[in-house]
Design a protein around this ligand. Structure first.
Ligand code: 13P
Length: 285
């Protein structure tokens, strides 16, 4: 099944596919281990920074190796703000491209998103677009309340979303309804009424929810019920990785680092497995 077929299945059956960021091989192994254990499809995503570090071609080959083992993987370029980066991922063979023009003037965003769609669709590569900038970063915003981040950004305007989707033909719309990126002192709460309005005006478009770390679990379930089919998660995995690494370095003198990685992988896998359960994608493969 290709990316669109997976998203279509998720929309029809009312579950969300977790989109998990990778910045190193251990994280990739953790996601794959969770996907296998849970029999779940997964979106493996890397930002342009993460993709440059891992290597665009390496990511495609690594994903292909796991696909060959029967793991249902969609490889996604996450938050690319420049057409050149999107093209780089497309040329390398990514399955899904998120062009993030959320900080550009609307007309410029529309023009580039359209260009991405024209490039991607003939090869059945999916495109995600973003209009109202999703604030924050995949980091620990210790001591900061998410509300303070939220006010900085504009929540998605349903009418602008409709116009954007109609004019560009993107497959997925990245809605911003309180889902700032990162972990904060308080739980993220979602503006579910706004999500319903968005669902109503673009009923045939897939909806994604970024900032999947630290969101109220009932809000996540409700958002999936309303129609979110892709949920991005990064910070909780990064946090689990770092915490375990710190602990291992504190308690071990090992210099063959690969011998320490299985314990890190296990901790990251736990986070991914919990999200898969919450998103309802377990047992879908
Ligand atoms: P979090 O870091 O809040 O999980 O968000 C990840 C994300 O949205 C990546 O695009």
């Amino acid at each position: 099944m290709n990316a669109k077929e997976w998203l279509t299945k998720a929309k029809k059956e009312g579950f969300a596919i977790g989109a998990f960021n990778v910045g190193n091989l251990e994280t990739l192994e953790a996601i794959v281990a969770a996907a296998k254990a849970k029999k779940a499809p997964v979106i493996i995503e890397a930002s342009p920074g993460e993709s440059s570090f891992m290597g665009y071609n390496n990511l495609v080959d690594l994903a292909q190796n796991y696909k060959d083992e029967g793991v249902a993987i969609i490889l996604n370029l996450d938050h690319a703000t420049e057409f050149e980066k999107v093209k780089q991922a497309f040329d390398a063979g990514f399955d899904y491209l998120h062009f993030d023009g959320g900080q550009l003037p609307f007309e410029e965003n529309v023009a580039i998103a359209k260009q991405v769609v024209e490039m991607a669709h003939p090869k059945a590569v999916m495109v995600e677009g973003e209009v109202d900038h999703i604030t924050g970063s995949s980091d620990l915003h210790t001591g900061e309340k998410v509300a303070s981040e939220q006010v900085k950004g504009n929540y998605s305007d349903p009418q602008k979303a409709r116009e954007f989707v109609e004019r560009t033909g993107v497959d997925t719309y990245a809605s911003f309804i309180g889902n700032a990126h990162g972990l904060y002192a308080d739980e993220k709460r979602l503006d579910l009424n706004r999500l319903k309005e968005i669902r109503q005006v673009i009923p045939d478009t897939f909806l994604s929810l970024h900032g999947g770390s630290g969101v109220n679990q009932e809000d996540i379930k409700a958002a999936i019920e309303i129609g979110v089919n892709k949920i991005n998660v990064n910070t909780e995995m990064r946090n689990a990785y770092r915490k375990e690494l710190e602990e291992l370095l504190r308690t071990s003198d090992e210099v063959a680092m690969y011998k320490l990685y299985p314990e890190i992988i296990e901790e990251v896998q736990k986070v991914v497995g919990e999200k898969i359960d919450l998103f309802g994608s377990a047992g879908k493969v």
